[in-house]
Design a protein around this ligand. Sequence first.
Ligand code: SF4
Ligand code: SF4
Length: 94
Amino acid sequence: MPAMFYVIAEPCIGVKDGACADVCPTQCIQTTDESSQYYIDADLCIDCRACELVCPVNAIFSLYDLPEQWAGYTWINAHFYGKTKGTPPAGAEL
Ligand code: SF4
Ligand code: SF4
């Protein structure tokens, strides 16, 4: 079984309140002022679920619960950290 980690998907866009980053014990949730959402670095995520519990818009999913229509967010989260994971969404800048 591959390592479990969490992914931030589309509902974060427009909210981006940082609640998840405040509770993450490994500081693996980050963003920039220019970014439309927060992102999780899967390599540092310890699967504690703290972020998922505090998100006001249910934007955070474990890899295995990520809805199909947001599957590309695995790639989007990794891409923020200069890493490659999952499959790019259609139209993504590679
Ligand atoms: S599951 Fe835990 S370690 Fe992983 S991103 Fe969320 S708060 Fe951070
Ligand atoms: S708690 Fe949810 S809405 Fe807030 S920054 Fe994190 S993922 Fe985005």
